[in-house]
Design a protein around this ligand. Structure first.
Ligand code: ZN
Length: 689
């Protein structure tokens, strides 16, 4: 039990979180107390606003303060839940979620609060450049997108739609999982397994043994599917897996028809359409784009179309080269298999070959020197900061003149109690009210292999790129000059532009000049040899034409599906897919292919009418990086300009205008086309060499 006079470390939000002092029993009291206090403060603010004249300083800043207060309490909990999970923490975390969700929903639908924001927005000086104007604009937009403006009957309908959508979007994903769980493939003839990696075989043998059957039982999951279509020499086995994969949760699935998503997809699209029409949009695509950097649905379609036209010749070349290599025309279940063989034979550079050159400390020091070379900033370790695990370090980011900008907790090794993947998260947001500055702090988390007794932690090149990517996000968060948390750092940045700083920074991890700086064999200290650098570069663009067209097929399908939906014609999914394939596919697909039925990215939520964002951000990042290719990788003026125009502005400025301020012109797809090796003249000749 918590002693009455013990200070709850979660409520001590002045300094950095005291991670090692936080116990599960602190969580609920801290969260409930903060929500209660916030609700009371909110009422006071609203009462005051009703009786006097509310303005940005006397009303909006206190509201920002409330949001930051709750964030400072909840953020360490959510972070520990992700990196140092225990059953007790998970329990208390889950018990808090409904209270937080309730608090936020009530805020988002609070009419009086909405009117206060509107009133302040109506009176604010529109020429203010500190972010206040956008802060108000985004807050009002979010209220309106949550339906606060609707008449009562419409509001009721809107709520019912949102509820139903939540339910059937989850059902869509569940059907995909259930249809996968239902399927299996039993093999007893060992000859059929040639080419398969041992990890997959061991699992399949164990699954068969568990069912007391002979041989191997393959289940339908991502690793098994990928391994079989990439490596199985047996063409029938590949074809069988291919069919199971592309028919998941569909009418052509070999397994249970109960998991067919056809009707759910229609209903999802119909409800999204109805809900966004209630809000005054033309439909879901327009609703999605209204909150993004892209200015219209037409612009997105045009962008994807243009990228498709530019990439198509390269994809055709990729196909030609692949079929020449295979010696025949290829069926859908052959493509990954021959592609992998070709890659291994011509362009491969294995992880094991590269790892010894990328000991973690060397990579980190190299990465810090890149940051220093660009921005003159020093990343310096700080010893006395409280952390949650002995693997974690805290670094300060320091300006050339000694000013500390902020800090970052770096937690890089995989542990059983840690969520997989890599991410940057905000620990503390930059905030300056009444001259008092709260410096930003980030979390940078990866899942690399820890050191062993005989060798340091050695990274693959993929992992090096991941580290650069997350550092790109970290710099975006830390270098912000914005004083208001809700538009500082990555906050308020439209979703299709938020990956610009991260993908931009990834590019550095591919440059020979940087590769020699961040590598050093862990035994000999020798930098990455030139021959390996060349191979690495070649592997980066291998089959980029085919990959680009595949991504464009998904993105075009997504945007057109949401843009062209009408209640009269319905979703027209098969027709639409056929049209898009005729335009972008270089290989024909099987008539039973129903990939959309398992496209959880868009039907499950998240990326709906937003799948194009991947490519959109890649174009921005490649184009921004090309300014450095033109002027020198470490051109200080260019780096300053990137910092000032992009990294420092948070959500205070239109990102399209900010990009023009940096680049002197709007974004152009040329740089990506070149970087991805999509210029046909750059393609390797189709004749084997
Ligand atoms: Zn990212």
């Amino acid at each position: 039990m918590l002693q009455k006079n013990t200070v709850n470390p979660l409520l001590d939000t002045e300094a950095l979180p005291r991670f090692s002092a936080i116990r599960p029993e602190h969580v609920e009291p801290a969260v409930h107390e903060t929500i209660e206090n916030n609700s009371a403060s909110l009422n006071e603010i609203l009462e005051k606003a009703a009786s006097s004249s509310p303005d940005f300083e006397n009303t909006i800043l206190p509201l920002e303060e409330l949001a930051d207060r709750l964030y400072r309490v909840w953020s360490p909990v959510a972070h520990l839940h992700a990196v140092a999970n225990t059953p007790r923490l998970r329990k208390t975390y889950n018990r808090c979620l409904p209270a937080i969700a309730r608090y936020e929903t009530e805020l988002g639908q609070n009419d009086a609060l909405y009117r206060v924001y509107q009133q302040v927005a109506g009176e604010i000086d529109p020429s203010r450049t500190d972010g206040a104007v956008n802060l108000l604009k985004f807050a009002i937009r979010d209220f309106e997108r949550a339906g606060v403006n609707l008449a009562d009957a419409e509001k009721t309908r809107f709520k019912a739609i949102v509820e139903r959508l939540t339910q059937i979007q989850a059902q869509f994903e569940q059907n995909v999982l259930d249809s996968m769980a239902e399927w299996s493939c039993h093999v007893t003839d060992a000859d059929r397994l040639a080419g398969l990696p041992s990890t997959v075989l061991e699992r399949a043998a164990a699954d068969a043994a568990e069912k007391s059957i002979e041989g191997w039982l393959f289940r339908l999951d991502q690793p098994t599917y990928t391994a079989i279509v990439n490596y199985a020499d047996d063409v029938d086995l590949r074809a069988e897996l291919h069919r199971a994969w592309v028919t998941r949760a569909s009418d052509t699935a070999p397994a249970n028809p109960a998991y067919d998503n056809t009707a759910i997809m229609e209903e999802i699209l119909s409800l999204r359409h109805e809900a966004t029409r209630l809000l005054g949009f033309n439909g879901y695509a327009e609703y999605s784009i209204a909150a993004k950097m892209a200015t219209s649905v037409d612009e997105v379609r045009g962008f994807l179309q243009q990228l498709a036209e530019r990439s198509y010749p390269a994809a055709l070349k990729d196909k030609e080269l692949l079929e020449r290599f295979a010696g025949r025309s290829l069926d859908p279940w052959d493509i990954a298999y021959y592609s992998e063989k070709l890659r291994m034979e011509r362009y491969s550079v294995s992880d094991e070959e590269l790892r010894p050159y990328f000991p973690l400390d060397r990579v980190l020091q190299g990465l810090f020197s890149v940051i220093h070379g660009l921005y003159g900033l020093t990343v310096a370790p700080a010893d006395s900061v409280d952390v949650w695990h002995s693997d974690v370090s805290y670094y300060r980011l320091v300006e050339e003149d000694g000013t500390e900008i902020g800090g970052v907790f770096i937690d890089l090794f995989a542990r059983p109690e840690k969520r997989s993947g890599a991410w940057m998260d905000e620990c503390v947001s930059r905030k300056r009210f009444n001259g008092e500055l709260q410096k930003p702090v980030a979390h940078l988390v990866c899942n690399f292999s820890p050191p062993t007794r005989s060798r340091p932690s050695l990274l693959t090149h993929d992992e090096v790129v991941t580290l650069f990517h997350e550092f790109g996000h970290t710099l975006h968060h830390l270098l912000s000059r914005v004083d208001y948390p809700s538009v500082s750092g990555i906050n308020g940045v439209p979703w299709d532009a938020v990956e610009l700083p991260s993908q931009f920074f990834e590019n550095f991890a591919w440059q020979p000049e940087v590769l020699t700086r961040i590598s050093g064999h862990f035994e000999t200290n020798e930098p990455l040899p030139e021959a390996l650098i060349d191979k690495l570069q070649a592997s980066r663009v291998f089959h980029s034409g085919l990959q680009m067209m595949r991504q464009l097929e998904f993105a075009l399908f997504d945007i057109r599906l949401h843009a062209e939906y009408s209640p009269e014609a319905g979703a027209r999914i098969p027709e639409l897919l056929a049209e898009i394939r005729a335009q972008v596919s270089v290989f024909s697909s099987s008539e039973y292919n129903r990939f959309a039925h398992a496209f959880s990215h868009i039907f499950g939520g998240g990326y709906a009418a937003g799948y194009y964002s991947y490519k959109w951000a890649e174009v921005l990042a490649a184009d921004a990086f090309s300014a450095f290719e033109e002027n020198g990788l470490f051109d200080k003026d260019m780096a300053q300009r990137f910092r000032r125009c992009i990294l420092e502005i948070g959500g205070t400025r239109d990102i399209g205008e900010a990009f023009i301020a940096f680049r002197g012109r709007p974004p152009d797809i040329d740089a990506l086309v070149r970087q991805a090796g999509l210029l046909v003249e750059d393609r390797p000749p189709a004749v084997a060499q």
